[in-house]
Design a protein around this ligand. Structure first.
Ligand code: XMP
Length: 318
């Protein structure tokens, strides 16, 4: 990819000039934008960059370990993992309303990031994975726009932090960011992952969030996603996941009555995520997913497939 190779060469040069001998910190989420930003800056200044990865405990199965393995072990970056699961679960205790959960998660994320960032007294720069659509979006946000869901990407810049921003992807569109990522050696499956909301499983466990529910959901979600990958369906849909409902229903397993949670499979096809249609899977595929989830995940005894398009539904259930 000649064009992106040139972009990388130019960016590396300008990052080196800008940063000089100073230190840079970056909030790494594992998403495409922050990952590519990290890899690019790493290419330019290596160990002068420290990534702070706030593990909210609201991530997918083994996701935190995967992030550490790739960026810390493989890329040899400085990555500090902040295990904040207990803090997030405590803050979410008893909270059911989706927007309330989003606010709590967003605020706590910013606070924890700020707390960690302040430990780096020598850091002058804060790197962010801002891309061109974010720049347009924030310049467009009028006070009249009605909030249907407050889509804040967790990790906004805490106001009391005194850093200079470093945003090397500011002029790139998403597809260009992906090409840069591939060129920098980030694995394809990370680069082409479906989008994952900032609040994570916090809005996929419907109603009150608990560790038990997150653990159940992680297992079910992992089965659905790995079966999509096995059948070469993952890249044919735009976003797929499982949502856990706060409802228990009766079932039968062998000679026993069960009384466990219901989950919903969600999979959509879309170009811009503003409107979406459901993915038309073979029934036999869905049946296999359902059977695996019910047999392998203790805590779920009923699975539904959400066939609501957007609009009127949203992609996430909360
Ligand atoms: P909805 O549910 O609004 O989702 O149809 C559209 C896209 O946005 C993602 N999403 C979020 N992303 N913070 C995020 O960073 C959020 O609070 C949030 N809510 C929804 C959703 O996963 C889908 O890709």
């Amino acid at each position: 990819d000649w064009f992106m190779a040139e972009f990388i060469k130019d960016s590396v040069k300008s990052i080196k000039e800008t940063v000089g001998d100073d230190q840079v910190i970056l909030g790494l989420s594992g998403g495409v934008d922050s990952s590519v930003t990290a890899a690019l800056i790493n290419q330019a200044i290596g160990k002068q960059l420290t990534c702070i990865f706030v593990d909210t405990g609201l991530l997918r199965l083994n996701e935190g370990d995967k992030v550490m393995k790739l960026y810390h072990d493989n890329f040899d970056m400085n990555v500090i993992r902040v295990n904040a699961e207990d803090e997030f679960l405590d803050a979410l205790k008893g909270v059911e309303e989706p927007e309330a959960k989003r606010k709590i998660i967003g605020k706590l994320f910013t606070d924890i990031f700020a707390r960690e960032a302040k430990k780096f007294k020598n850091a002058k720069f804060l790197a962010q994975g801002t891309i061109y659509p974010d720049v347009i979006e924030s310049s467009r946000q009028g006070s009249t726009s009605k909030v249907i869901k407050s889509h804040h990407n967790v990790g906004g810049l805490p106001e009391d932090l005194n850093f200079t921003l470093l945003e090397p992807l500011r002029e790139l569109f998403k597809d260009e960011v992906r090409r840069v990522g591939l060129e920098l050696g980030i694995p394809k499956n990370m680069i082409y992952r479906h989008p994952f909301p900032g609040p994570g499983l916090g809005i996929r466990v419907i109603g009150e969030v608990t560790k038990e529910k997150c653990d159940i959901l992680r297992q079910a979600d992992d089965i659905f996603i790995s079966m999509l990958e096995e059948r070469d369906l993952y890249d044919k849909v735009s976003q797929a996941f499982v949502t856990l409902l706060p409802v228990k229903t009766v079932g039968v397993m062998g000679d026993n009555r069960t009384y466990e949670y219901v989950c919903a499979l969600r999979s959509v096809n879309t170009i811009d995520f503003m409107t979406a249609t459901i993915s038309h899977f073979e029934w036999s595929f869905l049946e296999e997913v359902v059977n695996r989830i019910i047999n392998e995940v203790s805590g779920i005894n009923r699975v539904t497939y959400d066939i609501t398009s957007k609009p009127p539904g949203t992609i996430e259930w909360e």
